[in-house]
Design a protein around this ligand. Structure first.
Ligand code: IFM
Length: 692
C-alpha cells in the first residue's frame, strides 16, 4: 500500500506544482512544499486560516507570514542550492500517512536533507530538521532564519514589522494594514550563527571535514494578538506528537482499495489534502484553495457546503458542524450583503472571508492581452450560494440527526435565506415565481433568467424551512415567510425531450462542441465567459450545472431524466472548473456509465498529483490545491460507487465497485466511535466498530 508521494528529479518548471502537492497543513496553518533555499519568487508561503487583510484598494486576501525554514548553504563562497546549480540527485517526499515532508538533495560539495511537519498536535506549531553532510573538506557558510521574503499576491499586508533576535530565538511582530497583530517565534538549535540586524537572518561559518555532519532544528509558532512561548520539547518529541495526532485523525476516515493501486493511492492522497484543512477547535470554514496560498483571496465558496461537507460528515462530524457554524456566524454579513443590494434576508457572500461580507470583485478576471479587467458578476448574481448553505444544513441534519444545529442558529439561516429568495424573485401573471438575472454554477453564462440549478435549489429552501421550522415558534413577520413557503409556486425550467433547459433561451444558443469552440480562442488564457467570451453565446458550459443539480438531489429525478440530462450536457461541458468532474462521476454511476464515471473519479483524485489544472483564468493566477475536487473524489467513490447513504447516523450502502476493484474498506466516525466498512465487488458489505 503506497502512502508516500515521491518525486525524484528536480524540475524548475514544477516549482509551483511541488509547492501545492507537498503542502503541509493542520487546519490552522499551511506551509507550501517549497525548498529551504526558496524565496518569494518560488511562492514560499506560511499561510494562516481565517486572517485577512486589505492593502490600499487591492483585493482583500488571507495572510502570508514570515518563513521560519529559510536555509541556504555555501561552500568556499559559492552558493550550493538548486537555484544555483543542478543537483546530482534530488528527492522530495510527502508521507501522507504521517503528514511529514522530506527532502534530500545531493551536490558535489554537500548533501542536504530535511524533515518538516506542521503540527497536528498543537496547531500553532511547525518544525523542521535540516542536516548537511560535507562531501569535501573546506569552509562552509550557512544562512538561515526567519525570512520576511514571503510571497504575497496583493500585499504588502504588514504595515509595520519588527524582527528581533534573543539568543537562539527570533521573534516577529507584524501589524497588518487592518491593525491585526501577528506573531511568529522561531528557535534555531544546532548552529551557532551570528544574527544580522539588516536581514534578520543568522550566518554560521565553519570548517568541515569531508563526511562531517551538521544539523539545525527549527521550531516555530504562530500567534494572533498575543505572543506565546515555544514548548520546551525537542524536535523529535514534537514531530512524534504530530504524527500520532495525525494518525488518529486519519484512522477515522482512511480508505483502502484492493485491486486498483493507483486509485488507492490517489484517494488516500485526496483524503490527505482535505483532512489537513479541517479545524475542530475553531468555527472556521475552508477556503477554495485550502491553505496553499492566497489564490481566490483565501475565500470560502460553495465548494465547502457542496463538496467538503459530505466528506466531513463521515470523516469528522465535529468539523462538519464547525463548517455550518461558520455560516451561522456570518449570517450578519449575508444580511448586510442582501441589504446593500436592495434585498431582504440573507444573501451569502460568493467569496466569503472572516465576517461574511462579499470579497468577490467585479474585476476578478483580467484580459491576458490587455491586462484590463473582464467584468464578471459572480459576487452579485450567483445567488445559488444562499440556497447551497441551506441545502448543506438539510443534508447534515438528515445524515447525522443532529437537530441541535437549528437552535445554534441554522433555523435563522434557513429563514433569512428563504426571505432573500422571496425578495429576489418575482411572480408572473400566472402566479409562478421566477428568478431573473442570475448566474448558475456554469459561470460562463451570466445574468440569465430562470437558471435551473438556482430555481430548483431556491424551491428546496422553502421545503427545508417547512421541514424544520414550526409556524407557532415564529414571530408574525417570520410566519409570513413560512406561509409564502407553503404556497410558493416556483416556475419550472423548460424541458425538451426530458432535458432541462439550463436557463431561459439556452436551447436557442449556438450548439457547438467544446473542441471546435476552443479553436476560437485568440489567447490560450482568454476567459471563456463574461460579456464577450467564446462560450457566452453558445451552449458550451463551464462545469456541471443541471448535472450537479441531478447529482445533488437524486431523489427528485427519474432515471430517465438523469440519463437524458447527463447525455445532453456531458459533451457541452468544458470542465473548466475542477468541481465539474465529481458531479459527473456521481451522476454517471447512477445511470450506469461506470467507465466514464471512473475516468471522472480519476480526474478528481489525481488533480493535485498531476497538476494539470488551469493555472490562469483570464490572466489571473488561480493555482493552488483543489480541496473541493479532492473531496469530490471521495464523494465519487464513497457516495457514488459505494452508494453510501447516511440517515440519522445509520449508514447503508449499495456497492457497485469499478471494474477490477475487489474490495473497498473505509472508516467513518459517529459519536466518537470509528466504524469500519468493507464493500465487495459482488455488492455485499459489512460494517463493524473498530479501534485504533
Ligand atoms: O466555486 C468555484 C466555482 O464554482 C468555479 N470557480 C472556482 C470556484 C472556487 O473553487
Amino acid at each position: 500500500m503506497k502512502r508516500e508521494l515521491v518525486v525524484t528529479a528536480y524540475r524548475k518548471e514544477d516549482i509551483i506544482l511541488d509547492g501545492n502537492r507537498f503542502l503541509l497543513a493542520n487546519g490552522h496553518l499551511g506551509y507550501r512544499g517549497t525548498l529551504e533555499e526558496y524565496g518569494k519568487e518560488q511562492l514560499v508561503s506560511l499561510t494562516i486560516a481565517g486572517v485577512y487583510d486589505q492593502y490600499q484598494d487591492q483585493w482583500r486576501e488571507n495572510l502570508s507570514l514570515p518563513n521560519p525554514f529559510y536555509f541556504k548553504a555555501h561552500y568556499e563562497g559559492k552558493e550550493i542550492s538548486v537555484l544555483a546549480e543542478e543537483p546530482l540527485s534530488h528527492k522530495t517526499s510527502l508521507d501522507i500517512a504521517k503528514a511529514v515532508y522530506q527532502r534530500e538533495s545531493e551536490f558535489e560539495e554537500l548533501s542536504i536533507s530535511s524533515t518538516r511537519f506542521v503540527s497536528h498536535d498543537d496547531d500553532a506549531l511547525l518544525g523542521e530538521r535540516i542536516e548537511v553532510v560535507a562531501k569535501q573538506a573546506g569552509t562552509y557558510r550557512f544562512r538561515y532564519g526567519l525570512s520576511t521574503d514571503i510571497y504575497e499576491i496583493h500585499g504588502p499586508h504588514f504595515a509595520s514589522m519588527k524582527v528581533e533576535s534573543k539568543g537562539r530565538q527570533t521573534s516577529f511582530r507584524g501589524v497588518t494594514n487592518e491593525g491585526k497583530s501577528m506573531y511568529v517565534l522561531a528557535q534555531f538549535d544546532g548552529l551557532e550563527g551570528t544574527y544580522e540586524e539588516e536581514t534578520g537572518l543568522y550566518e554560521a561559518e565553519m570548517k568541515l571535514k569531508a563526511g562531517q555532519k551538521v544539523a539545525l532544528d527549527i521550531l516555530a509558532r504562530v500567534d494572533e494578538d498575543k505572543p506565546e512561548p515555544l514548548p520546551k520539547k525537542g524536535f523529535e518529541e514534537l514531530l512524534d506528537a504530530s504524527i500520532r495526532a495525525y494518525e488518529k485523525k486519519l484512522y477515522a476516515c482512511q480508505v483502502e482499495i484492493e485491486g486498483d493501486d493507483e486509485l488507492d493511492f490517489e484517494i488516500a492522497y485526496s483524503i490527505y489534502h482535505v483532512l489537513i484543512l479541517g479545524d475542530k477547535k475553531r468555527v472556521r470554514s475552508i477556503a477554495a484553495r485550502g491553505l496553499s496560498g492566497q489564490t481566490y483571496k483565501g475565500a470560502v465558496f460553495w465548494d465547502t457546503e457542496i463538496f467538503l461537507l459530505p466528506f466531513y460528515v463521515l470523516a469528522d462530524p465535529e468539523v462538519a458542524r464547525n463548517l455550518l457554524l461558520y455560516r451561522i456566524h456570518t449570517l450578519e454579513g449575508a444580511k448586510q450583503k442582501a441589504k446593500s443590494l436592495g434585498y431582504s434576508g440573507a444573501y451569502y457572500a460568493w467569496e466569503s472571508q472572516d465576517s461574511g461580507l462579499e470579497a468577490c470583485r467585479s474585476d476578478n478576471v483580467t484580459d491576458p492581452v490587455t491586462g484590463e479587467p473582464v467584468i464578471t458578476y459572480f459576487g452579485t448574481k450567483q445567488i445559488h450560494i444562499s440556497a447551497d448553505v441551506v441545502y448543506a444544513i438539510d443534508r447534515y441534519i438528515e445524515a447525522t440527526g443532529d437537530l441541535s444545529i437549528l437552535k445554534e442558529g441554522a433555523d435563522k439561516v434557513i429563514l433569512e435565506v428563504a426571505r432573500f429568495f422571496f425578495s429576489y424573485s418575482f411572480i408572473d401573471k400566472a402566479g409562478n415565481r421566477h428568478l431573473k438575472d442570475v448566474i448558475g454554477p456554469d459561470e460562463y453564462h451570466e445574468r440569465v433568467d430562470d437558471e435551473a440549478f438556482t430555481l430548483l435549489m431556491a424551491e428546496r429552501v422553502g421545503k427545508v424551512l417547512l421541514k424544520y421550522l414550526h409556524v407557532k415558534d415564529l414571530s408574525e413577520e417570520d410566519a409570513k415567510i413560512y406561509r409564502l413557503c407553503e404556497k410558493a409556486n416556483w416556475a419550472k425550467p423548460r424541458e425538451k425531450n426530458g432535458v432541462i433547459e439550463e436557463f431561459k433561451g439556452y436551447f436557442d444558443l449556438e450548439d457547438i462542441d467544446v473542441v471546435s469552440l476552443k479553436k476560437r480562442l485568440v489567447h490560450s488564457q482568454d476567459y471563456w465567459g463574461g460579456k464577450d467570451g467564446i462560450a457566452t453565446k453558445t451552449q458550451v458550459i463551464k462545469q456541471a450545472d443541471v448535472v450537479a443539480l441531478l447529482a445533488l438531489c437524486p431523489e427528485d429525478f427519474t432515471l430517465k431524466a438523469k440519463k437524458a440530462n447527463y447525455e445532453y450536457y456531458f459533451p457541452r461541458t468544458e470542465h473548466g472548473s475542477s468541481l465539474s468532474a465529481s458531479m459527473h462521476c456521481l451522476l454517471g454511476v447512477s445511470i450506469g456509465r461506470e467507465e466514464e464515471a471512473y475516468r471522472f473519479l480519476r480526474s478528481s483524485s489525481g488533480i493535485d498529483i498531476r497538476g494539470a489544472e488551469k493555472l490562469f483564468a483570464g490572466g489571473v493566477y488561480i493555482g493552488g490545491t483543489h480541496p473541493a475536487a479532492n473531496a469530490g473524489a471521495y464523494l465519487g467513490l464513497i457516495y457514488g460507487f459505494l452508494g453510501a447513504h447516511l440517515q440519522e447516523g445509520v449508514l447503508s450502502l449499495r456497492p457497485q465497485l469499478p471494474k477490477g476493484i475487489t474490495k473497498v474498506t473505509f472508516h467513518y466516525q459517529r459519536k466518537n466511535k470509528v466504524y469500519e466498512v468493507s464493500a465487495y465487488s459482488d455488492g455485499r458489505y459489512q460494517i463493524k466498530e473498530t479501534k485504533l
